[in-house]
Ligand binder design. Structure first.
Ligand code: BG6
Length: 454
């Protein structure tokens, strides 16, 4: 069976910077079907050679073109024209009947309905045919209502099992590792609740500003760009119950339950906007869009009811760092054994980026002729385990799973809608963002909620 991946939006940044490198690596690693064709759809008047030249200019220098060049074909089409989809159908049909066909929409969401309709009317996808699948990139709407309307439209044309919604954080190795760390280790599984865990911090800091994305970002802000999707996915994996089965049904079922019980504490919501944000092209001069957000949330169920979950994400901060910090409670009932020592609390850090790994701090007797107790770290470097240092990118894992028809790492419609309901509930209560010069200038605002981690 031949695999055909058709990418709409093939002249965009996502294709050049993420999808082409991921596909190249998958071919190099022998993880894609040997019989593969990538149809790059665009409006520009390119030949396949022109397209490859342009892609070479735009993509990362390190791309090993010899792997991907032979399977690329540029297809000039206007996605707003109905006839384009019949043309595409003819191109695909020339490859025979025995095909696995994936349509990847690397385009803004306002084009989802028109492409979905075109694909469906040209019978490029028929409902319930698992050999035809469609992939969407976030944002899935801008609130609950628009997400519901997008989902409704999609279900009109496709079966839910044919729809893949990408949240690229779920393709990151350490995010996939959360469930293994939790459920494959008795030491954590038996202590993973409010009795033992004092607090959880979910952090995704970025050093970069919004660059040339003013048009997109100014209508969205950090809550919708990062919290509704990536941070909500992280907390659902951290807090979910053990799934009945380790597959898409079991895992997604438990994740959505967490989101249904999560409440953001609006009293302590901190919003910020970096100085100079309004100087970007296509940003409103009076914009009150937040580029930083920090808050506390609780999960109303018997496992977590007294454990606070703290979230922080923002642009133009001191560093790029995504991590989850789990602080265990101090072991107070042994105070009588060491009345003069302040025992450190156990801390577990799941490092997602830029380093990937696990850090765990615990107490030991100091070495030598002393009875002092000190906290020592165990620091596991995940990336160091890959011999050639060639760490798979999140998109590699996700594209591989789409090719293998495995939707476990793709948020289900109800996860997305429930996460939107959480963000919608804040809308009327949002304070005006505080203007920050740099991360240090945010610290006084953060000292109450985040004193342990700033
Ligand atoms: C994207 C957001 O989803 O995630 C961007 O739209 C953000 O604003 C990016 O920069 C962060 O992803 P990563 O993988 O670089 O941490």
């Amino acid at each position: 069976m031949k695999t055909i991946i058709t990418v709409f939006g093939s002249t965009g940044d996502l294709m050049y910077k993420k999808l082409l490198p991921a596909l190249t690596n998958l071919i190099r690693r022998n993880r894609m079907n040997k019989d593969l064709e990538i149809l790059c759809v665009g409006r520009r008047d390119y030949t396949t050679e022109d397209y490859i030249q342009e892609a070479k200019k735009q993509s990362l220098d390190t791309l090993e073109w010899k792997y991907i060049e032979p399977v690329i074909k540029y297809v000039k089409l206007d996605i707003k024209e109905k006839e384009s989809y019949s043309t595409l159908n003819n191109i695909i049909k020339k490859n025979g009947q025995d095909l696995d066909v994936i349509f990847y929409l690397a385009v803004p969401p306002n084009l989802f309905p028109v492409i979905a309709e075109g694909i469906s009317e040209a019978k490029l996808i028929e409902k319930n045919d698992p050999s035809r699948r469609i992939v969407f990139e976030k944002p899935f709407g801008e609130d609950l209502k628009s997400a519901q309307s997008i989902n409704k439209k999609l279900w009109h044309y496709f079966d839910e099992s044919q729809i893949y919604r990408i949240d690229h954080f779920l393709g990151k190795d350490m995010i996939q590792n959360i469930l293994v760390i939790r459920f494959a280790n008795m030491i954590f599984e038996s202590t993973w609740d409010h009795e033992s865990i004092e607090s959880v911090y979910i952090i995704a800091k970025e050093k970069e500003d919004i660059g040339s994305r003013g048009n997109f970002y100014d209508n969205i802000g950090a809550l919708k760009d990062m919290v509704q999707n990536h941070l909500m996915q992280m907390v659902s994996l951290i807090a979910m119950e053990e799934p009945a089965t380790f597959d898409e049904t079991g895992i997604r079922q438990e994740k959505v339950k967490v989101l249904k019980n999560l409440r953001i504490d609006t009293e302590d919501l901190i919003l910020g906007q970096y100085q100079g944000y309004k100087d970007h092209d296509n940003v409103d001069q009076n914009s009150i869009t937040e580029t930083f957000v920090a808050f506390k949330a609780t999960i109303n169920n018997s496992r977590w009811n007294t454990t606070p979950f703290y979230f922080m994400t923002g642009k133009k901060l001191n560093e790029k760092r995504s991590e989850i910090i789990i602080n265990f409670k101090p072991n107070t009932h042994v105070k009588k054994l060491w009345p003069d020592t302040d025992l450190s609390k156990n801390q577990l850090i799941i490092r997602v980026a830029p380093e990937e790994g696990i850090y765990f701090e615990f107490n030991v007797k100091s070495a030598g002729l002393t009875s002092d107790i000190k906290a020592i770290p165990m620091d596991y470097c995940h990336t160091c385990q890959i011999p050639d240092g060639n760490v798979p990118e999140a998109y590699e894992k996700l594209i591989l799973d789409i090719s293998n028809n495995n939707p476990t790492l793709f948020p289900r419609w109800d996860e997305i809608e429930t996460a939107w309901a959480i963000i919608d509930a804040l809308d009327k209560k949002l304070p005006k963002p505080f203007i920050y010069k740099d991360y240090d200038s945010l610290k006084p605002k953060l000292k109450n909620l985040f004193k342990e981690v700033i």
